[in-house]
Design a binder for this molecule. Structure first.
Ligand SMILES: Nc1ncnc2c1ncn2[C@@H]1O[C@H](COP(=O)(O)OP(=O)(O)OP(=O)(O)O)[C@@H](O)[C@H]1O
Length: 311
């Protein structure tokens, strides 16, 4: 493989990797790509192989078969060039609890070539910690410790930030803050973020794209907006007093509609919802309610994997 990176290539390319430990195949021919500037979710139940894959991505575990390229460099043949692109929190980051957040960052910056005070200030701003950065780490909440960990991982200006189960142990406010900061990183810094989780709802809010894995195999990779059908026709429920009459009216216009419990269920463009309301009212049909029924990631997940729930 060439050592030259391709700027337009996805930042991470996982190319048919397998991991065998003893006689057990933990990861089985897994392939996916992480585009630049996206929050990419790695979703699967406990034991699916998320941590194992992430450990292979950051060089903490060897790959049995296949390869991972980061920034165009093979993790197997050009480890140093590949890992230079990565900022990661895989195990709990080591922090000196009796030092301030700032002094922790100074300590780590000393181990990296060319990282000065200016970059330290930049990463503090990126994770929104300026008002507490001079307090001792032992006084920080879990969410703040984690943001300090992210600041530390960002010091060397990586192209991709990899976080294994970053929301574990965070309260809802902490999760929301983390989400906002990760979004900001992709938007303002153009870096990609890879997060793993076993929680569907969280991934739906946090990510642009998700890869779903089960038993070490890839089940699906898709943009969240494809899952939630944003931009496409939406399923809309009209609760009306005369569903059969409303159904006939819609069928005359060539729409296929179902009646579910006195509600008319039809697939229409967003702009059409108001027009249909007006048509029903003009035809003397009372409309009691209009509700959008978008498919959630969970609905879609259950469709692609059969009936087995992963949460
Ligand atoms: N060193 C090892 N030896 C044997 N089996 C292992 C080893 N490490 C992981 N496994 C097995 O590989 C599978 C995947 O584990 P992994 O930790 O990657 O899953 P995960 O998706 O990260 O799940 P979790 O959310 O529970 O951490 C599990 O069945 C686990 O028991």
């Amino acid at each position: 493989m060439s050592a030259l990176p391709d700027k337009h290539a996805p930042i991470v390319e996982v190319d048919s990797i397998s991991k065998r430990i003893g006689s057990k195949t933990i990861i089985d021919k897994l392939s996916f790509q992480v585009p630049r500037g996206e929050v990419f979710g790695f979703l699967g139940p406990n034991g699916a192989g998320k941590t194992t894959t992430i450990r292979m991505m950051v060089g903490l575990m060897s790959i049995s078969v296949g390869d991972i390229r980061i920034g165009g460099y093979s993790i197997r043949t050009h480890f140093e060039q590949a890992i230079r692109h990565v900022g990661a929190i895989v195990e709990n980051p080591e922090m000196y609890k009796f030092l301030s957040g700032y002094n922790n960052l100074v300590h780590y910056a000393r181990m990296l070539p060319g990282i000065g005070e200016e970059r330290i200030q930049e990463v503090i701003d990126l994770v929104g910690m300026s008002n507490r950065i001079h307090d001792k780490v032992k006084t920080y909440s879990l969410g703040m410790r984690q943001r300090l960990g992210i600041a530390q991982a960002l010091l060397h200006k990586p192209s991709v930030l990899i976080l294994d189960e970053p929301t574990n142990g965070l309260d809802p406010a902490g999760i929301r803050e983390l989400r906002d900061h990760l979004r900001k990183l992709t938007r303002d810094e153009g870096i990609s973020v890879i997060v793993s989780s076993h929680l569907l709802a969280e991934m739906e809010l946090m990510c642009d794209r998700v890869a779903i894995i089960q038993n070490g195999r890839l089940v699906d990779v898709r943009l969240i907006k494809e899952y939630t059908q944003e931009g496409a026709k939406q399923r809309v429920l009209f609760e009306v007093d005369a569903p059969v009459q409303a159904q006939q009216l819609a069928q005359q216009q060539g729409l296929s509609v179902e009646i579910i419990e006195d509600s008319l269920v039809m697939s229409v463009d967003k702009q059409e919802i108001a027009a249909w309301n007006r048509r029903f009212v003009e035809a003397g049909i009372a409309v009691y309610g209009i509700r959008k029924s978008t498919k959630t990631l969970e609905d879609q997940f259950l469709e692609v994997t059969g009936s087995e729930s992963i949460v």
